[in-house]
Design a protein around this ligand. Structure first.
Ligand code: EPZ
Length: 446
């Protein structure tokens, strides 16, 4: 079948999701004006953790994940999806360990009421198809970043011999007799999720799969390394050409999730905005080269010190710089909103071009309400530095936009109330405690 109609259908679904996602009435209250000083421990990467969880479907043995951001809402949501498929899950919050055991897969259906809460659920499709040879997965929802189709995933599975039907909003996929077949797949554009989904599926396929123009994000390398520990044969991780030789069976393993580079970068931008010195514990600078250069150009001090990163801005305002989001190793789209917030108080002006998602400037009107001077034209924004931001009541629209508004609140004069912070709970562990410990005045209110 052709997967083109999916674009339209998913558009409609995503609209439903973004307008109906109103549960959770908590708000955040931030009083601005303090410098940030002290230590923040960085959590395991959400966007690696979720993919590891899906990979647990590939083996009937336990998969133990350390440094897991177990308190994130996305982890809880995906746990529900996986439990519906038969995976036994234990989340140890005290030790940040998750144990997932897919001894027997009891269902091949990932239902709409669970999948709609989180788009990453589409990543159960590859593992289910590889191990069970059948998967019915509702088309995903997620945050309001535009259309975000999954056509590349589906075309890849078709190339591996799967039959894909679209029925009642579900992708119904069936592998050929004897299972998926290796294929030579060239992605027309770089997709993190499609690379991961197909890499997982290919580990148990017959023969070799080659993924060309593959994504190179550290989270994909981390996932591939865990799969290799499970017995998968993968070469080329971290490059745009990944070769996977299918094997009969994968075993369980223990793996430590890489640090969250987006959380790390978020707190770096917070220092750029508020000033002070943070020691970001247990994280890696090498994942953030594309962020470090503009931050240094803007006048910040950043240095790796063992497992920590020291980030400092004292005195002078940051200078205006220009950035463009790109697939890794370029600057992450997931840091764009935070970077923009930092630029609102810059000396001069900076320009941001967003090349990954068409609808990722939704924080702009909220920042303008707080006094920022931002002009958007197409996929570019010009941010002219202003003297100060002023506290206001604002609305979070997606995960990274939410945290950008928290950052704005940290520096704004007076009080900022951020509504719809359930977005924040999806991806930032203990953000109130972490920021309070370094001097911020921030609290969750009803
Ligand atoms: C991942 O989303 C991340 N999510 C996103 O993080 C991140 O913003 C994004 O990669 C880009 O880095 C997770 O890892 C769970 P893509 P993903 O497939 O995999 C288009 C956050 O805040 N595309 O790389 O969904 C797509 O519309 C989140 O933590 C197709 O056209 O992103 C986009 O324009 C939000 N067809 C571009 O490719 C497809 O089949 C890149 O998307 C797939 C993607």
């Amino acid at each position: 079948m052709s997967v083109e109609p999916l674009r339209k259908l998913e558009d409609n679904m995503n609209q439903d999701i973004s307008t109906s996602a109103t549960s959770g009435m908590d708000k955040m209250r931030v009083v601005g004006g303090v410098k940030l000083n002290g230590d923040i421990k960085i959590s395991g990467a959400k966007n690696a953790a979720l993919k590891h969880m899906c990979a647990s479907l590939l083996t009937d043995e336990p998969f133990i994940l350390k440094n897991m951001p177990v308190t994130l809402r996305d982890v809880a949501t995906l746990s529900q999806v996986l439990e519906a498929l038969g995976v036994q899950i234990n989340l140890d919050k005290e030790n940040s360990v998750a144990t997932l055991h897919a001894k027997k897969i009891t269902s091949h259906i990932a239902p709409y009421e669970l999948v709609r809460k989180m788009r990453a659920s589409i990543l159960v499709l590859g593992p289910l198809l590889a191990r069970q040879h059948i998967a019915h997965v509702s088309l995903p929802g997620g945050c309001a970043l535009g259309a975000r189709p999954v056509d590349l995933h589906l075309k890849g599975f078709e190339a591996m011999g799967a039959t894909i039907e679209l029925e009642d909003g579900y992708v119904k996929a069936t592998a050929p007799d004897g299972g998926l077949k290796g294929a030579d797949i060239t992605f027309p554009l770089v997709s993190v999720g499609a690379t991961e989904n197909l890499m997982m599926a290919a580990t148990l396929a017959n023969g070799e799969t080659i993924l060309r123009n593959a994504a190179r994000e550290p989270e994909i390398v981390d996932q591939g390394e865990a799969l290799i520990k499970m017995g998968a044969k993968i070469e080329g991780l971290g490059t745009s050409e990944i070769h996977i030789q299918g094997v009969q069976k994968l075993s369980g393993t223990m793996h430590s999730v890489i640090p969250d580079r987006i959380e790390t970068g978020t707190y770096m931008c917070a220092v750029g905005l508020c000033g002070g010195e943070l020691h970001l514990k247990n994280t890696r600078l090498d994942f953030l080269s594309a962020l470090i250069s503009p931050l240094k150009e803007a006048g910040m001090f950043i240095e790796q010190n063992g497992d920590d990163i020291i980030v400092r801005r004292n005195g002078a305002k940051i200078k205006g710089v220009d950035i463009m989001t790109e697939a890794y190793p370029g600057l992450a789209t997931d840091l764009q909103a935070q970077f923009m917030t930092m630029l609102t108080l810059c000396d001069g002006a900076g320009m941001i071009s967003e090349t990954i998602f068409e609808n990722r400037f939704m924080h702009v009107p909220e920042l303008i309400r707080m006094g920022a001077n931002i002009t958007v034209k197409g996929n570019s924004a010009i941010i002219r530095g202003v003297e100060k931001l002023k506290g206001a009541e604002v609305m979070a629209t997606d995960l990274r936009a939410s945290v950008a508004l928290v950052l704005a609140g940290l520096v704004a004069e007076g009080e900022t109330i951020i509504n719809r912070i359930y977005h924040l709970d999806r991806g930032y562990e203990n953000i109130v405690d972490k920021l309070t410990a370094v001097g911020a005045q921030i609290e969750r209110i009803k």
